[in-house]
Design a protein around this ligand. Structure first.
Ligand SMILES: [Zn+2]
Length: 389
């Protein structure tokens, strides 16, 4: 066996131990060995190494019984944090410090409407982080990395952002700029991939997950057999231009006709009601749509049937392609999902009956509308973290 293979196995075992301790306190080495299926000796040796590194700590318990009290271990979660940036919103930068247990230690939102390039945004974010460190001079926290949620696809071949909904990030080497400015491991990804990773962490035991987000655009993140699907360049799994919509409607983004995003985006859905003023800000138009759905009419019923059927057809395609354990729906669509539900399920029962009959779990979580991006970034960086290095 190669020496590198042995190091890999050791790191993998250390991570298995930390996975047990990440959200649970006060575990004994024996209980960790039982749940990880590692030998007691392996667990004991690795725990000692992790203790030396300050990653796990002994938690003393009182003498409850006669004889030797076993070591009880906990993760020192506050000592290991990530820096999280949310650059999805136009003119705004979200900044947060999150510990390994998803707890947000610090959170701020900044107006960055005066910034014009990705480089300027990165320099601004670096100053925010330096100010945070200066305000907490006694901190001994180790930052295991920085995560950024982006309104684009990260092209892993060129290292540039592509298909960005915010022009200032298009073709920018955002990841490299962040590595240079922060000098720590960096993870950049779009919202739906981050969402899928977080569902994977929050629903242990499920290895096949689809996370569909319908908000300003239509996006999807897919975990297959425990791995996020990215494709050759990182463009997978783009569904916005799937031509299952109204063939008379031209897509403003690709120029084709019938793209599903043209109809299922917030803008597209609000256009179903011609009397909603297109000059209003998008979220105001969305409120008008919700208001209309609260007051049933023939027009409303027809719109509900159309949107419900379309999202059902899109979901059926994804479910049939990937056969998931969990199908997770997030985004503003959850505001109106109760009305869409009969038509959505009608399509799934018709087109995805195999998965439906095998108890596919469909989760439409309204709380996920404001999906905690910072939590997902924390999971992504934790997955990349090599604790023994
Ligand atoms: Zn299109």
């Amino acid at each position: 066996m190669q020496i590198n293979d042995l190091i890999d196995i050791k790191n993998k075992n250390a991570k298995s131990i930390l996975n047990e301790l990440r959200f649970k306190d006060m575990l004994t080495k024996k209980s960790i060995a039982d749940s990880t299926k590692l030998s007691f000796a392996t667990v004991s040796n690795l725990c000692n190494e992790l203790k030396v590194l300050g990653i796990i700590v002994d938690t003393k318990v009182g003498e409850k019984r006669i004889g030797r009290i076993p070591d009880v271990l906990s993760l020192d979660c506050d000592q290991f944090c990530i820096v999280a940036l949310d650059v999805q919103l136009e003119s705004a930068l979200g900044f947060a410090i999150v510990n390994l247990r998803h707890q947000i230690i610090h959170k701020q939102l900044f107006d960055i409407s005066h910034l014009n390039t990705a480089q300027e945004v990165v320099e601004f974010a670096a100053r925010v982080f330096q100010d945070y460190l200066a305000a907490n001079p006694d901190s001994t926290v180790t930052y295991i990395g920085l995560g950024a949620s982006i309104p684009a696809v990260f092209d892993s071949t060129t290292g540039l952002l592509a298909l960005s909904s915010l022009p200032i990030y298009e073709n920018s080497p955002l990841k490299q700029l962040l590595v240079d400015a922060f000098n720590m491991p960096v993870y950049v990804d779009n919202l739906t991939n981050i969402g899928a990773l977080s569902v994977y962490t929050c629903y242990p035991g499920h290895k096949n997950i689809i996370c569909l987000d319908v908000s300003q655009g239509v996006g999807v993140g897919i975990i297959s057999e425990g791995s996020l699907i990215r494709g050759k360049n990182g463009y997978a799994t783009e569904i916005a231009h799937m031509p299952i919509g109204d063939l008379s409607l031209r897509c403003p983004s690709c120029g084709g006709y019938g793209c599903v995003e043209t109809e299922l985006s917030l803008t597209g859905m609000t256009r179903c009601f011609p009397d909603v003023d297109e000059e209003l800000p998008l979220l105001k138009r969305w409120e008008c749509l919700i208001q209309k759905m609260r007051n049933p009419s023939e027009e409303t019923e027809s719109v509900v049937r159309h949107i419900g059927s379309l999202i059902g057809q899109l979901s059926a395609i994804l479910i049939n392609l990937f056969d998931p354990d969990i199908f997770f729906i997030t985004g503003y669509i959850t505001d109106i999902f109760d009305w869409l539900k009969p038509y959505f399920y009608q399509e799934l029962t018709l087109r995805s009956s195999l998965s439906m009959n095998r108890s596919l779990e469909i989760i439409v979580d309204q709380n996920a509308k404001h999906f905690n991006i910072y939590m997902g970034l924390c999971d992504a960086l934790y997955n990349l973290w090599n604790p023994l290095h």
